[in-house]
Write a protein that binds this ligand. Structure first.
Ligand code: NDP
Length: 283
């Protein structure tokens, strides 16, 4: 079998176009455009690229971009005060702190200071708790974007054996909760998992977010499984590769996401979707 490609780029474009239409309709009714504030502290080069991409996406969606770059020496207290200011600003509907932050900053305290209704990254313990109790409000963007992609396959997730490789707060854990809420039977693997190959080989659906190039081998994949690769790794030659051995895995999977052009574009589109929801109190 050669897998069908789950084209995140195309699905994200479709989602962004539908968001733009909704924004235009809301603005025509006299409502404010959604406002998104991305707080970047310091000059991490990868973060600067992400923030620039978010800015372009915001502009294309008709959002009001209120992103800010603060000096690396900004203090925790100054950042908390900035978040308080944005929480109180009714033209700002979404606030995110771009990670990583400089070593002297405690990101957890900043995230907890964001009004949960404006927490469009979905990282606030309130929003993680809502997801864990099957009452999601703002769901973390990458896993929620994966759910949007999975819906496009038309495959029922209920009852599937799903294996999530990686257990971080931003990818693996919320991904497992999303799949559990969709009634899949979920196994979460991490660096202490024994015999990962065997776990993956039993999966009808495997989602990998580890950060190790091609660590999930193609021959581990069960015939007909759905393979979602969240990993983004740059090779020494500067090429982007995922965490799955794509060329071999695609011969066994029924659906597979490419890297680049798979999960990556869905993350920003889902951030816009969360901000749209926050702006107009949509479900
Ligand atoms: P983290 O480093 O925070 O988490 C990595 C996870 O992988 C941890 O849970 C870790 O286990 C687990 N892990 C590490 N080694 C192994 C191993 N040998 N076997 C099984 N599990 C292992 O990374 P992130 O979750 O932030 O990111 C993961 C990948 O996803 C990266 O490539 C990142 O670039 C990408 N990413 C992509 C996004 C997108 O939009 N497409 C968005 C966010 C991330 P343990 O918990 O035991 O340490």
């Amino acid at each position: 079998m050669s897998a069908k490609i789950l084209d995140g780029k195309a699905i994200a474009l479709e989602l962004r176009e539908s968001i733009r239409i909704e924004v235009d309709q809301q603005v025509a009714k006299g409502n404010k455009a959604p406002g998104l504030a991305v707080i970047l502290v310091g000059e991490d080069p990868a973060s600067q690229v992400y923030v620039r991409n978010k800015k372009i996406a915001c502009e294309k969606a008709g959002f009001n971009d209120v992103s800010m770059v603060l000096p690396a020496e900004t203090t925790q207290a100054e950042l908390l005060a900035k978040i308080d200011e944005l929480n109180a600003d009714d033209s700002v509907h979404g606030i995110i702190v771009q990670l990583p932050v400089p070593a002297h900053i405690e990101p957890e305290e900043l995230i907890e200071r964001i009004d949960p209704a404006k927490d469009v990254d979905g990282f606030h313990p309130y929003n993680m708790g809502r997801l864990a109790t099957r009452l999601p409000k703002m769901a973390p963007c990458t896993p929620h974007g994966v759910m949007t992609m999975l819906a496009k396959t038309g495959i029922q997730l209920r009852g599937l054996n799903a294996v999530v490789v990686g257990a971080s707060n931003i990818v693996g854990v919320p991904m497992a909760l999303e799949l559990l809420n969709a009634r899949a039977t979920v196994t979460v693997c991490h660096s202490a998992t024994v015999d990962l190959a065997q776990k993956v080989s039993e999966a009808d659906l495997v989602v990998v977010g580890v950060g190790i190039p091609m660590m999930v081998k193609g021959d581990w994949i069960k015939e007909g499984a759905i393979v979602i690769d969240v990993g983004i790794n740059r090779t020494e030659e500067g090429r982007l590769v995922g965490d799955v051995e794509f060329d071999v895995a695609k011969e066994k999977a029924s659906w597979i996401t490419p890297v680049p052009g798979g999960v990556g574009p869905m993350t920003i589109a889902t951030l816009l979707q969360n901000t749209l929801k926050a702006a107009y109190s949509l479900k």
